[in-house]
Design a protein around this ligand. Structure first.
Ligand code: SF4
Ligand code: SF4
Length: 237
């Protein structure tokens, strides 16, 4: 058995997600991502089942594996009890571990997700706290977002939130002991290793692309590139 297939087999999601596929295409028929993107979960499962290392590597370097929205609709319909979404998760993990993700536009966006949502979890205990969604980074939120951002204390009080204060309620402060616990979970579950891999391979890619890269934050050319660039070559015609 080849190296990549072996790595996939070590992932419990892969073992749980793929029994034997009969290529019926029901997963693709139900898949919302397949309706909009150049994406076909049946084809992904079919490719993986061949155990052909070159084809699996090409898949891990492609845009394809990043289109799945993890809605799990495929899980509910597969007559063989497969879950293509979990196979996709395993493919993504190996792609991140080996640095293949930087070969695709959607894969490179992993770096932007790590520097924003990923780091927010460890810093604040929330993936997307309102105060971290800055208007400059999210023009799609419209002008009202600037008002909310500038008047966040007052707005959150009117909404009944407990913004960054101790005690219960939405938007409450997450105690340092809980943040430390989260950090430990990332340590033992491999989350920190994953983040380090994303950083390491992204820095290498930035160098190859001749772009400025900084070890922290979002104010650097490579971050701005992966965060904003869209080739427009992802949707079905
Ligand atoms: S629905 Fe299940 S059996 Fe059918 S193609 Fe998809 S994964 Fe294979
Ligand atoms: S989880 Fe992914 S592959 Fe499955 S139906 Fe949703 S978008 Fe499609």
């Amino acid at each position: 058995m080849g190296k990549l297939y072996d790595l996939l087999l070590q992932d419990v999601r892969f073992k749980e997600g793929l029994n034997a596929c009969m290529n019926c295409g029901v997963c693709t028929a139900i898949c919302p991502a397949a309706e909009f993107y150049k994406y076909d979960p049946r084809e992904i499962i079919d490719t993986v089942q061949t155990k052909d290392e070159a084809k699996i590597e090409a898949l891990m370097r492609s845009e394809t594996i990043w289109y799945c929205g993890q809605c799990m609709s495929c899980k509910t319909r597969c007559p063989r009890g497969n879950t293509p979404a979990m196979v996709v998760m395993a493919l993504r993990s190996v792609s991140q571990k080996l640095g293949y993700f930087t070969d695709s536009e959607k894969g490179r966006q992993q770096f932007a997700i790590k520097r924003t949502v990923g780091e927010n979890i460890l810093k604040y205990g929330y993936c997307v706290p309102t105060y971290a969604v800055t208007p400059e980074m999210h023009p799609e939120q419209g002008p009202i977002w600037s008002y909310i951002n500038e008047n966040i204390e007052e707005v959150m009080e009117r909404l009944g939130a407990n913004l960054r204060k101790p005690g219960p309620g939405s938007m409450r402060e997450i105690h340092q002991s809980n943040l430390d616990e989260l950090d430990r979970i990332f340590e033992v579950s491999g989350g920190h290793n994953l983040y380090n891999d994303i950083e390491r391979f992204s820095e290498k890619k930035a160098d190859e692309m001749g772009m400025e890269f900084k070890k922290e934050g979002t104010d650097n050319e490579y971050f701005r590139h992966v965060y904003t660039f869209n080739s427009g070559n992802h949707s079905r015609e």
